[in-house]
Design a protein around this ligand. Structure first.
Ligand SMILES: C[S@@+](CC[C@H](N)C(=O)[O-])C[C@H]1O[C@@H](n2cnc3c(N)ncnc32)[C@H](O)[C@@H]1O
Length: 378
């Protein structure tokens, strides 16, 4: 690697501007250091993420390099024996103080938060075994019994060291890198082949691609987002995956949908605080505020009401957020239910047919996610 690991990581940390995201700074740094190689890049990423995971244990007066080494040591000690740090200490130092007012901080959750995240792959429906064989070091997801695995689940946990972006299966669209909880959102939506769905906050298309696959490339998925840049990435991914049953359009989250059709289903994968991704992206713990949560909850309620208007009678509405704060999850869902007598909670194809579920990182080794589903009355 030439330079020491702690020097690389320290440079990334020092390049993070106030209010900016460390993972963006990391991407930029790695992009400018092509000589690092897959192993080096992974080591630098691990060191930067360990730094933000253990930030409140580090000594501010020490050099950035020393703090990085301190964080790696704490990570190694914790990985060897997670009970070596009391849950009370984790609650006080591993998350911001406001979080306790927004969700239950169980010992299991806090311990999971301090571990490195799992890497999940979504194979095309029916191809998980073949993809696992081709890659090696990949095993099918096993969900805890209360969740029950839906038939079309094709999630694989990857434990190998290859750069997946360079794998032939990735380049041919046979698999995508997608968190297990995100895959469960598509399965909770359970779109029928031949139907019409609207993925209202489609972003770079992670869930659009999944909906299309679950529909066996038949019917239509409208993919909208306010970000033209993200939609252009979606188009590239769709071409790679051989996904043809979609159309994309800009939608800024005001007024009606940019098409007239009423849909068999609408998925609102809404912008959120991302608390459910704090294991993967620990820096966000220190930049996200309670004000952000409250503002986003208002945005989510507004978007959900607009999205609902495009659901045809008998159609499904699915709300998903990768967060676990009460304000953005049950409170948004309760508020929607109270204001929309023409919608009833609808069973999902997971969690025993419950109409809402909180997917917890400690249960799945995946992002925290909240999903709720309704059906529009005929
Ligand atoms: C959770 S991300 C979507 C991730 C995407 N569904 C996926 O699976 O890859 C939320 C998306 O909402 C978009 N967004 C935020 N505010 C919006 C608004 N007011 N109207 C439309 N889209 C919005 C963001 O650009 C972002 O792409």
């Amino acid at each position: 690697m030439g330079e020491t690991l702690e020097n690389h990581a320290a440079r990334v940390i020092q390049s993070v501007r106030p209010g900016a995201a460390a993972d963006a700074a990391l991407r930029e740094y790695l992009g400018g250091n092509r000589t690092l190689g897959a192993v080096g890049r992974r080591s630098v990423s691990r060191a930067v993420f360990a730094y933000y995971r253990w930030l409140n244990w580090l000594v501010p007066s020490q050099s950035a390099q020393k703090r990085v080494l301190g964080a790696l040591e704490l990570q190694a000690r914790f990985d060897r024996d997670p009970s070596s740090i009391k849950a009370e200490a984790l609650a006080a130092r591993a998350v911001p103080a406001w979080l306790a007012g927004e969700m239950e901080l169980s010992a299991g959750y806090l311990r999971r938060l301090q571990q490195e995240p799992a890497l999940w792959i979504r194979a095309k429906v029916g191809t998980a075994q073949a993809v696992a064989r081709g890659l090696g070091s990949a095993e099918p997801a096993s969900l805890p019994p209360p969740l029950a695995a839906p038939a079309d689940l094709s999630a694989l946990r990857y434990r190998g060291t290859a750069d997946l972006h360079k794998e032939p299966g990735f380049q041919s669209g046979a698999f995508e890198i997608q968190d297990l909880s995100s895959q469960l959102v598509g399965l909770a939506a359970s779109p029928e082949p031949g139907g019409t769905w609207w993925d209202a906050c489609a972003g770079e298309g992670g869930k659009t691609l999944h909906l299309s696959d679950l529909m066996r490339n038949k019917g239509l998925v409208w993919a909208t987002d306010r970000s033209v840049r993200r939609l252009s990435i979606l188009k590239r991914r769709a071409a790679r995956a051989g996904m043809f049953n979609y159309r994309s359009a800009v939608w800024t989250g005001t007024g009606t949908a940019p098409f007239r059709t009423k849909c068999d289903g609408v998925l609102l994968d809404a912008p959120c605080s991302g608390v459910g991704t704090w294991q993967r992206n620990p820096h966000a713990r220190w930049t996200t505020t309670l004000d952000d949560v409250k503002e986003l909850a208002a945005v989510q309620s507004g978007l959900l009401a607009l999205a609902a208007a495009s659901v045809k009678p008998g159609g499904r509405l699915v709300y998903a957020v990768c967060t676990l704060t009460r304000s953005e999850t049950s409170e948004v869902a309760d508020g929607f239910g109270a204001a929309h007598a023409d919608f009833e909670p609808a069973p999902m194809a997971l969690a025993g047919g419950a109409p809402r579920v909180s997917l917890l990182p400690e249960d799945l080794d995946a992002n925290g996610m909240f999903i709720a589903a309704w059906r529009r009355l005929r």
